[in-house]
Design a protein around this ligand. Structure first.
Ligand SMILES: Cc1cc2nc3c(=O)[nH]c(=O)nc-3n(C[C@H](O)[C@H](O)[C@H](O)COP(=O)(O)OP(=O)(O)OC[C@H]3O[C@@H](n4cnc5c(N)ncnc54)[C@H](O)[C@@H]3O)c2cc1C
Length: 482
């Protein structure tokens, strides 16, 4: 058996994978590190590769530093490289943040040396555990498989699952593997697909399914493209993300003795919001005060209560917790006031197409009335699929087929231990397979944004250095092959 060529192979080079590599490079000179990503630019992923000028960060610049221990890092970089007047509360274009992440990698390689690091532009298709490490096969068949001592999945959010709309019952792998157009040029399953807004008549109509952040992003992309037509937004509840406003510090009010039920927690938060309002302090301060302890709150709840949260509270939590940059909220409000955006609420019944128009039939919320909407493009903005059983991704399927990975109890991602090691079907945490980022949602709940992931990257890097340096004394990984 060949010896592993790479100590740590990270699959996915968005923020999570890139920052894990950076943290490893800063921490040790003893390990070789490779990042494999479909794209060629570190850190971009879906979020920071957008070219649209109205795609702004939804977190203020002062909270977007790549390193938990250096909160001013992004601000310093942005003032020197983008705009000297940037403030901690400014919301910068996401493309600028992508450039910043590229500069973080360049800086690290300049300081720590390039020889231990490689960026591999390719797609990981499958992997197996071998006695001497993990073997990984890739899409580019001309390249040999890779053997690594440890593999970290930093694959981000998965694309939406196959639609459950009658008339659209097709696999989500259609159209290029990441939720293409399902054989239709009018329905787009994966909102971030490159072709989503292509060849759209400028005065035509678009129907967005869902009214969350993805939908707002599509509206801003249409605005950037000077689209003049009508944008219909159809969602179950009609909830729109709130806007950011300056907040004041609010003392932490949750502790181990706080309620361990969703009902009790909602009551507690409402009381605090009322108390804050009496002092002229906005509800946002109360919500944000919970951010540092959100994983602890989540873990304090029994699974039945976590499930209750997902069923009844999640949409409300999402719109209060994940907010819009004020500039984006203003543009959105103007477009709505001008009648360009039209809201509809209800449950989708079916989809059909007639030549150049897609048709959605829905049951209006609170009534039994069936209504119809027609548009030149229908875009699914309902967010990513978290249920691994429905994810049509060959790498994940390969891990499940071998019993190397297991979904968490709520099917929000992968079952992991405290370090992010994958837990297999026998309940054993792996010593060579790990994950970071959105796949840890079941364990941490909030694990999709920079402030949370940068901490994970630091902690996982520290853990890997310890584990791999210990193992290296013993010659090889001690995990038995399956
Ligand atoms: C539109 C959008 C805007 C956002 N804005 C913000 C914001 O303003 N502030 C904030 O804090 N957070 C924001 N987020 C949250 C965002 O998810 C995180 O900040 C962060 O980008 C997540 O990074 P990631 O690396 O985990 O995932 P991703 O960015 O999705 O990166 C995963 C990478 O893995 C690659 N990949 C997946 N599978 C494979 C495979 N099999 N082989 C090879 N490569 C693979 C993908 O191509 C991708 O490049 C936003 C998210 C989105 C979607």
């Amino acid at each position: 058996m060949a010896n592993p060529q790479i100590d740590v192979l990270i699959v996915g080079g968005g923020f999570s994978g890139t920052m894990l590599a950076v943290q490893l490079l800063r921490r040790t000179t003893a390990l070789s590190i490779a990042v494999m990503d479909r794209g060629g630019l570190p850190g971009r992923g879906v979020a920071y590769s957008s070219p649209h000028r109205f795609h702004l960060l939804n977190v203020p610049a002062g909270q977007m530093a790549a390193f938990p221990g250096d909160p001013e890092d992004f601000l310093r970089w942005a003032r020197s490289n983008y705009d000297v007047s940037i403030k901690s509360r400014s919301f910068l274009p996401r493309a600028v943040y992508g450039q910043y992440l590229g500069s973080v990698v360049d800086r690290t390689l300049a300081e720590k040396g390039r020889e231990r690091f490689q960026w591999i532009q390719d797609e990981a298709l499958s992997m197996q555990r071998r006695r001497s490490g993990v073997a990984l096969q890739r899409k580019n068949l001309a390249s040999p498989e890779l053997l690594a001592r440890a593999v970290v999945l930093a694959t981000g959010n998965f694309p939406p699952g196959a639609p459950r709309i009658p008339g659209l019952a097709v696999s989500n792998s259609a159209g290029g593997g990441i939720g293409g157009s399902l054989g239709s040029s009018l329905y787009v399953q994966f909102a971030w697909a490159a072709h989503a807004l292509e060849n759209l008549p400028r005065d035509g109509s678009v129907l967005l399914l869902g009214s969350g952040l993805t939908s707002i992003d599509m509206i801003m992309a249409l605005k950037s493209k000077a689209f003049r037509g009508t944008i219909h937004v159809l969602s179950r509840e009609g909830l729109i993300p709130s806007r950011h406003q300056p907040i004041q510090a609010w003392p932490l009010f949750w502790n181990d003795n706080s309620p361990q039920t969703v009902r009790g927690l909602v009551r507690l938060i409402r009381e605090q919001v009322d108390l804050a309002a009496e002092q002229g302090i906005d509800w946002r301060s109360v919500v944000d005060s919970l951010r540092p302890v959100t994983p602890q709150i989540w873990q304090s709840l029994p699974v039945s209560e976590q499930r209750r949260f997902l069923r009844h509270v999640r949409p409300y939590w999402d719109i209060h917790r994940h907010r819009l940059a004020p500039e984006i909220a203003d543009i959105f409000a103007d477009m709505e006031a001008e009648g360009q955006i039209r809201f509809h609420t209800g449950r989708i019944m079916c989809y059909a197409e007639d030549r150049n128009l897609g048709e959605i039939v829905y049951q209006e919320r609170g009534t039994s009335t069936e209504k119809r909407l027609h548009a030149h493009r229908v875009i699914n903005c309902t967010g990513s699929e978290t249920d691994c059983r429905r994810i049509d991704d060959s790498l994940i399927v390969s891990l499940f087929a071998q019993g190397l990975a297991h979904p968490d109890a709520l099917f929000l991602g992968l079952d992991v231990d405290a370090h992010g090691a994958l837990i297999d079907y026998e309940g054993k945490p792996s010593r060579s397979l790990f994950t970071i980022g959105p796949t840890r949602k079941g364990q941490l709940w909030e694990t999709t944004a920079v402030p949370e992931i940068r901490q994970q990257a630091e902690q996982l890097a520290a853990h890997l250095v310890t584990v791999l340096n210990t193992d290296s004394d013993e010659g090889e990984l001690l995990e038995p092959a399956v």
